[in-house]
Design a protein around this ligand. Sequence first.
Ligand code: SAM
Length: 299
Amino acid sequence: MSSKKRSSGSKNNRTYKTKPPKGLGIRPSKSLGQNFLIDDEIIEAIVEGSGVTEDSLVIEIGPGTGALTLPLAERAGHLIAVELDERMLEGLRVKTFSLGNVEIIHEDILKVDIAGLAAEKMEEFGLKDLRIVGNLPYYITTPIIMKLLEAGTGAESITVMMQKEVGDRIAAAPGTKLSGAISYSVHYYSEVSEITDVSRECFYPVPKVDSVVLRMDLLEEHPVKVKDEELFFRCIKAGFSQRRKTLLNSLMSLGDYDKSTISEALDAAGIEHERRAESLDMGEFARLADSLLEARIAG
Ligand code: SAM
């Protein structure tokens, strides 16, 4: 398992140094996933763990009231904060104005051309690396992570907080019990490490779940070679879409392969028909996708 623990900080029953943002004048929005970080130690662990230096361009996802924005900007060359909630913008501008290296973009992170924006700003400010950081809005954790991994942003690392259960799945080595389709994507593109566990008590308002901060260091070379990346990920998705079914059956949901072709491809890849997706490691899925591709070409 490539997931390794940097530090663990079980934060139950702690007392806060940072007070809940009273007088915020803004009612936290549940639908925008607004649970604000109020624990100084966790804030420090994220900033420290993100590896941000004065040579870094930071893109922060969902700055909210700015708990991470200020300490990150103090270390960074330049910081771009992308926030969807218009109510947060004025407060953020006031808080960060004197630093002089913070830009706030009012936008949905899923709509931002991160690669284009990063390339432009790195050149403008003569910066060396891109670091993406955020306490994610949990309702879109998976789409954000998939976008960051697939967009080819050239980022050095992605350091993000998410719900503990989701983080455990993401960090799980492919082919182990906890793994899901997203584990394969994350481990295909990056090396994952855990920065810290975070108790629900470290947020205001207190959410119903605990959290974890993970750092993904983007790899220059993928751990497996595949002939058709799209087919590789389609196979993984199909396998996990019905994870209790055998591969022979779950792969039927690919739609463009009949049972005998899937059966031949499984044989060619040396994978027993009765196995389930969660038992395959990344190399086996790569062999399977390559065999299916060959079956398509041959057919
Ligand atoms: N960074 C702050 C902190 O740690 O206290 C706030 C984190 S809060 C969990 C998530 C933030 O993401 C909120 O400020 C929310 O408004 C913002 N957000 C929600 N959906 C978003 C989206 N699609 N694009 C950008 N920001 C979003």
